[in-house]
Design a protein around this ligand. Structure first.
Ligand code: DGY
Length: 427
């Protein structure tokens, strides 16, 4: 169970722009938040210094209030829309004004625990503070009512931009964008693999609304017509809190440890409200309507990664996934193939993503569903061997899609190969 290790490392080296890694050349020419967290774990398999730098360069974009933005625009590029002129934020390294799933603390723990260098303690201690500030921001800015679960205010914050889970809320938007839309993505790859124009219209309308509010979290919360409790974001945050709590054991205070533990207890209990027993999966909650969104997506399996489900729910999730795989054999489709909105080639409406597979496989392994975990890991590496180290893959054919030479796919290839080598050596 392996891939061409040298080819995967070469992708990270080629996408290195000086301490940060672009997701792929041209299509995404800056540093993306959750991409970089996975990529740091990939670097950690062969270049410890570079793994640290990835995390350190990401927090150059961290705002004073603790938010880690979804894009850090370290150097200008005309290849991407919307650039800094559209975001109009005030940070001194230009950044976007929204965030992305907080994988950072999980990556930090991983890099720290695999580090051997003499400066590891000092670097981790500093980055622990950044991770804590980011989690405190999530709690304050995105769960101001103290429900235990955080909300996203833009589909891009989920990282799963055009998931069918956002369709209804997006269709309700009446806002119009002020900024002219000049899509650059579809000059790099086929429009049939990307979100549609109507999605971009709404993505930018929300950016314009928040830019007009000066990116002030309380004003954004009050004014937002798009407020969704995303399963993936909450699951990833919960796993990140678990990892942060471990780091707090070394680098934090008693008060910090109890703050993290209290948040975790509240969140774990609140997750019960996202479980849909009929669909046998977790689903997002739309705070605009107060109802669960009836869309079954790979996000709904991610609570496994955070240890949220009980054993019965974990078995239900495994059975549900088996159903999907009877229709689309390459795990894990981003939207259920049983859902009429499933599109096997269009960005987050069907394709397989290696980073999601990594988290879901970790999740099933956590619940001792080892056969399924191994199946997902083996299939992920096979997709890369046969379809290339692509941005995503068609779950019906295994074809590689989207951007090529993709950093986070390479990183997951390196991580999973490393894991399987360790397992073989009983480590
Ligand atoms: C994009 O531009 O497609 C990104 O996913 C948004 O961050």
């Amino acid at each position: 169970m392996t891939i061409d290790i040298e080819a995967a490392r070469a992708i990270l080296r080629a996408n290195d722009r000086g301490g940060y890694t672009v997701p792929t050349d041209r299509l995404y020419p800056f540093q993306w938040n959750w991409d970089s967290a996975f990529v740091a774990m990939g670097w950690a398999t062969f270049d410890e210094e570079r793994a640290w730098r990835e995390l350190e360069r990401l927090v150059e974009g961290q705002w004073d209030d603790g938010m880690v933005p979804h894009i850090v625009f370290h150097a200008p590029s005309d290849d991407y829309f919307p650039g800094p002129d559209v975001w109009r934020t005030r940070h001194s390294v230009p950044t976007s004004g929204i965030t992305q799933p907080p994988v950072f603390a999980t990556a930090l723990r991983h890099v720290f625990e695999s580090a051997r260098g003499p400066d590891a303690q000092a670097r981790a201690a500093r980055l622990y503070r950044c991770a804590l500030a980011s989690h405190d921001w999530w709690d304050r800015a995105r769960d101001p009512e103290g429900t235990g679960l955080v909300a996203i205010l833009h589909p891009w914050e989920s990282g799963m931009d055009n998931s069918p889970a956002w369709d209804e809320a997006m269709a309700r938007l009446t806002l119009q964008p002020m900024t002219p839309i000049r899509r650059r993505d579809i000059s790099h790859i086929g429009a049939e693999m990307r979100p549609r124009d109507e999605d971009y219209h709404r993505f930018i309308a929300l950016v314009d609304l928040y830019a007009g509010l000066g990116w002030e979290p309380a004003a954004m919360w009050a004014a937002s017509p798009f407020k969704l409790v995303d399963v993936a974001t909450n699951a990833i945050l919960h796993k990140a809190e678990e990892d942060l709590l471990v780091l707090a054991g070394q680098f934090g205070s008693d008060a910090e440890r109890s703050r993290i533990a209290e948040r975790m207890a509240r969140r774990a209990a609140a997750f019960a409200g996202l479980w849909n027993q009929d669909r046998r999966i977790y689903q997002a909650l739309d705070l605009g309507t107060g109802t669960k969104v009836d869309a079954s997506t790979s996000a709904g399996l991610l609570p496994l990664f955070a240890g949220i489900p009980d054993a019965h729910q974990a078995a239900e999730l495994a059975a549900e996934l088996e159903n999907w795989l009877a229709r689309a054999p390459y795990p894990v489709p981003s939207t259920s193939p049983l859902d009429p909105r499933f599109e096997p080639k269009r960005y987050w409406r069907g394709p397989v993503w290696a980073v999601v597979n990594f988290m879901i496989a970790e999740g099933f392994a956590r619940y001792e569903h080892m056969a399924l975990a191994t199946r997902i890991r083996t299939a992920t590496l096979a997709l890369m061997r046969n379809g290339g180290i692509a941005e995503y893959f068609d779950p019906t054919s295994g074809e590689g899609l989207g951007g090529g030479q993709f950093s986070w796919t390479a990183a997951i290839g390196l991580l999973m190969t490393d894991q399987s080598a360790r397992a073989q050596h009983g480590l």
